[in-house]
Structure formats: structure tokens, C-alpha cells
Design a protein around this ligand. Structure first.
Ligand SMILES: Nc1ncnc2c1ncn2[C@@H]1O[C@H](COP(=O)(O)OP(=O)(O)O)[C@@H](O)[C@H]1O
Ligand SMILES: [Mg+2]
Length: 584
């Protein structure tokens, strides 16, 4: 169903895209068929002209009155008005339908993006997801708003016009068919090369941007090391690659479009010649030849649009495939509906790998007592953060289980999980929105009193009340700026609202400005009060004060016990302790 390149989000295949498009079309049958019938009506009204002009030629040839000519011209004008009005409403309805479909698509995409397992997002990198949310959504928006309605109109018009042309006489089909081979051959030649050509072209643009940004961002380094010439040479190379990529697509167009012109002209000329021949044989009237030629001539425009929009639609389909791919990432949670019995957190023989075949945790077991404080120490890269993320349910273990009250963390819906155990790191995001919105996202439905007492608990109520509009103050990018320490307090207040019984701290305050650190540690201490805590390399309560210390080395818990026990054992912890305190 999908092709998952390691490190990239999947891309849906053609079948999945077709299935989704069919399903979208079925969601709004009335608007869809309404727009289609209006388009057919408009196309039919447009067909009157050649017939009437044919009649006119016939009448003039046989001798007629000016009154008759005026009448025909009057009818012509009436049809033109009808066509204009129908076209207007057909387009209006198509646009409304397009916007509706686009809005639904966006919602589907947001849903599937938010449902992505954290591990998948991390592995793919935010770049891919960002490109999909921005460039692919834009591209698709363009296709649905502009290309798809235009294409539908063109197809309807072409079909209706062709039917009208052969209704003049079956012989008209023959010249029309003559145009098909050059059209099909040209189109196949072009489409087979165009997609790669244009993809390569945009890749060279990205490359130019990347090199340029790198040079500008690293300007000091470039200057310091005298890399100027080399950077210029690199930019020149990128521009040259881009030049050749553009030349290639230009070549494709210079072959393709003239070829298409011929494919369009052949039927018109053939109709004239063939019709003229039939007329000299007395098989058809002059009016019929006129009408047939005009119809065939009228076919050129919609066919040309069908061909040129096909390109756009292909790009739109590629974007849709990339957007749908996001929904195809398998969920790493299996909600079971079982309720945890108690607050006991337990890891049982847990193994985990980021890269297939390379475990970074090798069978870790840990029973965390309710209300216990565990300090996790060990060398960098030993797997402390990884174990912390598994204990907080962010990654599911490859084998083994992490349970709370006997229920696996992966079995809990995300909203419930956060009420049991939460991970606290030094990354804090303030979302665009009001202060209140930033807080209640941790507990939807929380009252202002709840929010205020949560802020009070982390010592943040004073400065929030001092904001111009209090809880209604807009924060986040574009809103009022908050300091890093304030952002961290917001995060802590969210924790108070979510009220998990267990917290995993991963160097939670280690990057904070030392002047703010004291204050923050007080806030943090208030949040820790009455909860079970697993703290990784944290100075708030030193390993010395923890109930137990877990030493993580090489993906295993190598020592576990109270500070005094571990010092008495004389293992790695004792050595570490000694080197810190320089005893002896
Ligand atoms: N996102 C990741 N992708 C791949 N490997 C990772 C990732 N995060 C950590 N690792 C690897 O897993 C091992 C344990 O890392 P980590 O849990 O961060 O250790 P610690 O927190 O003890 O320093 C290291 O070898 C590290 O390189
Ligand atoms: Mg770490």
C-alpha cells in the first residue's frame, strides 16, 4: 500500500490516491452533479453557434431576406447569453465544491499529522512534514481550486463538442481521429519525461537556496577561514546545474507544444478537405461542411486545455499522494480499554532500538514504588533519556512492557496516558493563542479557578496577573514574548493541570539561565510534591537524597539501590561519587 523509505514518511500509491479521490467525490454528490450539469448545459449552449452559422451559410447561398438573417443573429445572441449565465454558475459551484473538499482534506491531514507517533516524526525529521504541510498543501490547493474545475469544464466541453460534430455527419469522425495519434504519441513522450524534469528543476532551486542560506548563516566562519571563493564556486555550480535542468524542460516544451499544434491543425484541415470533397460529390451540403469545420475548430481549445492542465493535475496527484502517505504511518498504540489498577509504574525486560538491529536498551527492568524518588545517573549515551521516554510512554518498547497499574502504557489513549505519567524536559513550547488556551490544553474544560491555582502553585500567578489582559493575553509567536523561564513555568502549570501521579524529569532545568534557576526550582519542587519522580541527572535532589539510585551503563541498569548501599558496594556509583567528592 505504501513505500516507506527509512527516515521518510510514506507516500501513498496510485490506487490509494484514486480510492481517496472517489471517496471525496462521493461526499458531496449534489454539488458535484449540479456543477457537472451546469457545465454540460453551458457546453450545449455553445454548440448552437456553428449550427446556426451553418444554416446561415446555407440560407445565404440559397438566397434569403435580411429579416431572416437578423432572426438567426438574434437567436445566436440569446444562446450566447444563456451560455454565459450557465458558465458563471457552473464555475461558482465548482469553486465552492473545491474549497469544501480542500477544507476537508486539510482537516484529514491535520488529524493524521497529530496522530503520528512521536518516534516517527523524530525519525523523519520535521523538514519532510513541514514541506508536506506547506508546499504540498499549496500545490494541491491550486490543483483543486483552479486546475480541476478547468479540466472538468474542458473535458465536458470536448465530449459535448465531439458529439455535436459527429451529429453533423458520421464522416466528421474520420478527420477527428487523424489528430489522435500525434496527440497520444506527443503526450506520452512528454509526460514520461516531464515529471522527473520538473522535479529535478525544483530540486536545483532548493539546492541553490540551501547553499545560499548556509553561506549567509555561516558568514563569520566563511570570512574567518577565507572560504569566500569556494562558496562562490559552490553557488556557481548550483546555478549551472539549475541552468541545465531548466534547459532540459525548455527542450521538452519546444518539442511538445509545436507537436501539439500540428495535432490540433490536422483535424481542421482534414475536415475542410474531406468535407469539400464530399460536397463536390454532392454527398453533403455547404452548411454541413461549415458547421463541421467550426465544431472541429471548437474542439481545439478544450483539448488544448485538457493537455496542458494534465501536467498540473499530475503535480497535484503527487502532492495528494504525499499528504495521504502521512495517514498510512502505522499507529504504535493499541488502545485496549483496560483501566490501570493503581499507580505503580513498572518496566519489565524492556528492549528498544532507534535503528533496526541496534538495541540501545538491553532488557531493562525497574519497579518504581508509588511516591518513590529515583535518580538515574550514568555516562552520556548510556540510554538514560531513552529509558525515560519509554517510562513516559513516548516510545513503545520493542519487546518487554512498561505498565502502570498492570496496564501497558501503549494500551492507554494518549489523553489518559498524560494523566498518569508525564515527561518533563527543557524544551517548552508556547503555542500561539491566549495564556488560558496555552494552559487548558493540558486539561480541556479546566475552569479559570483551576488555571489560576495551577499558576499559583508554580509561582507564576503574579506575572500572569500583571499581563495587560491577564489570562486573555495573546502569547506565542506574534503575541507577547515570554522569557524562557516563564515558558518553563507555563509548562509546569500545565503539568499541575494534567495532574499525573508520576513524572520523569530529563535534565529538566539544566539549560535555564542560572539567575532564574533558583526560582524555577522552587516552582518545580511544588510540582513534584506528592508525586512519584524519576529524575535523570538532575541537581534538584541529588542522587544522595533520592530513595534509590539507578546507574545506567551501556543500555542496562548496572546498579540499583540507595545511595549508601551503592557507595558501600564499591561499584561504578561509588567510583563516581568518589570522583565528585574527592574523598581520600
Ligand atoms: N533519536 C535517536 N535516533 C537514533 N539513535 C539515538 C536517538 N536518540 C538517542 N540515540 C542513541 O541511543 C543511545 C542512548 O542515548 P540516550 O538515551 O540519549 O542516552 P543518555 O540520555 O544516557 O545520554 C545513544 O547511543 C544515542 O546515540
Ligand atoms: Mg540524555
Amino acid at each position: 500500500m505504501s513505500s516507506q523509505v527509512s527516515g521518510h514518511l510514506p507516500v501513498a500509491d496510485d490506487r490509494a490516491v484514486r480510492r481517496y479521490v472517489a471517496q471525496l467525490a462521493r461526499r458531496h454528490p449534489r454539488m458535484l452533479y449540479g456543477a457537472l450539469s451546469l457545465h454540460v448545459g453551458a457546453a450545449l449552449a455553445a454548440l448552437a453557434a456553428p449550427r446556426l452559422l451553418g444554416d446561415l451559410v446555407e440560407a445565404v447561398q440559397n438566397g434569403t431576406t435580411t429579416g431572416h438573417v437578423d432572426r438567426i443573429v438574434g437567436v445566436l445572441a440569446a444562446f450566447l447569453v444563456v451560455q454565459t449565465v450557465l458558465t458563471r454558475y457552473a464555475r461558482y459551484l465548482s469553486q465552492v465544491l473545491g474549497e469544501q473538499v480542500l477544507a476537508e482534506l486539510r482537516e484529514d491531514f491535520v488529524d493524521s499529522t497529530l496522530a503520528l507517533p512521536v518516534g516517527v516524526v523524530e525519525e523523519a525529521g520535521s523538514g519532510d512534514l513541514l514541506t508536506r504541510t506547506s508546499r504540498d498543501v499549496d500545490q494541491l490547493g491550486w490543483s483543486i481550486r483552479m486546475a480541476l474545475p478547468e479540466w472538468t469544464i474542458a473535458v465536458v466541453t470536448a465530449v459535448v463538442t465531439f458529439v455535436a460534430a459527429i451529429s453533423v455527419g458520421w464522416w466528421v469522425a474520420l478527420p477527428c481521429l487523424l489528430g489522435v495519434p500525434p496527440l497520444v504519441i506527443g503526450l506520452r513522450w512528454y509526460l514520461r519525461r516531464a515529471k522527473d524534469g520538473y522535479l529535478r528543476e525544483s530540486a536545483t532551486y532548493s539546492r541553490i537556496n540551501a547553499t545560499l542560506t548556509e553561506t549567509v548563516e555561516g558568514a563569520r566562519t566563511v570570512e574567518a577561514l577565507g572560504l569566500g571563493r569556494r562558496r562562490i564556486a559552490a553557488a556557481d555550480e548550483d546555478i549551472e546545474a539549475s541552468y541545465w535542468a531548466e534547459r532540459y524542460t525548455l527542450y521538452l516544451r519546444t518539442v511538445f507544444f509545436p507537436n501539439m499544434e500540428i495535432a490540433y491543425l490536422v483535424p481542421t484541415v482534414a475536415t475542410l478537405l474531406f468535407g469539400g470533397y464530399l460536397y463536390t460529390q454532392g454527398e453533403v451540403s455547404l452548411g454541413a461542411v461549415t458547421a463541421a469545420t467550426l465544431y472541429v475548430q471548437m474542439l481545439i481549445d478544450p483539448v488544448d486545455r485538457i493537455v496542458s492542465i494534465l501536467d498540473e493535475l499530475q503535480l497535484g496527484a503527487a502532492s495528494l499522494a504525499r499528504l495521504l502517505g502521512v495517514a498510512q504511518v502505522p499507529d504504535d498504540r493499541e488502545v485496549s480499554g483496560r483501566e490501570p489498577a493503581g499507580e505503580q509504574l513498572e518496566a519489565d525486560d524492556v528492549r528498544f532500538s532507534y535503528v533496526e538491529g541496534r538495541d540501545v536498551l538491553h532488557g531493562v527492568s525497574l519497579d518504581v514504588g508509588v511516591g518513590e524518588r529515583i535518580a538515574m545517573v550514568g555516562p552520556s549515551g548510556a540510554g538514560k533519556s531513552t529509558l525515560g521516554r519509554l517510562l513516559a510512554g513516548i516510545h513503545p518498547p520493542r519487546t518487554g512492557a512498561v505498565t502502570v497499574g498492570g496496564v501497558g502504557l501503549v494500551e492507554l489513549p494518549l489523553d489518559d496516558l498524560r494523566g498518569h505519567v508525564a515527561l518533563v524536559t527543557q524544551e517548552h513550547h508556547v503555542f500561539v493563542g491566549t495564556m488560558r488556551e496555552n494552559l487548558v490544553l493540558a486539561r480541556p474544560g479546566a475552569s479559570d479557578d483551576d488555571v489560576r491555582s495551577a499558576l499559583d502553585a508554580v509561582d507564576a500567578l503574579d506575572w500572569v496577573d500583571a499581563l495587560p489582559e491577564g489570562l486573555d493575553t495573546e502569547v506565542g509567536s506574534g503575541g507577547r514574548a515570554v522569557t524562557a523561564a516563564q515558558a518553563q513555568q507555563i509548562a509546569l502549570a500545565r503539568l499541575v493541570l494534567a495532574d499525573p501521579h508520576t513524572l520523569v524529569l530529563d535534565e529538566a532545568t539544566s539549560l535555564i539561565d542560572p539567575r532564574a534557576a533558583r526560582h524555577l526550582e522552587r516552582s518545580l519542587a511544588a510540582v513534584l510534591e506528592g508525586r512519584t519522580v524519576i529524575a535523570i541527572a538532575h541537581r534538584l535532589f541529588s542522587a544522595h537524597d533520592a530513595d534509590r539510585v539507578a546507574v545506567v551503563e551501556d543500555g542496562r541498569i548496572s546498579e540499583l539501590g540507595s545511595h549508601d548501599e551503592l557507595v558501600a558496594t564499591g561499584g561504578s556509583y561509588a567510583a563516581l561519587w568518589e570522583s565528585w567528592h574527592g574523598r581520600g
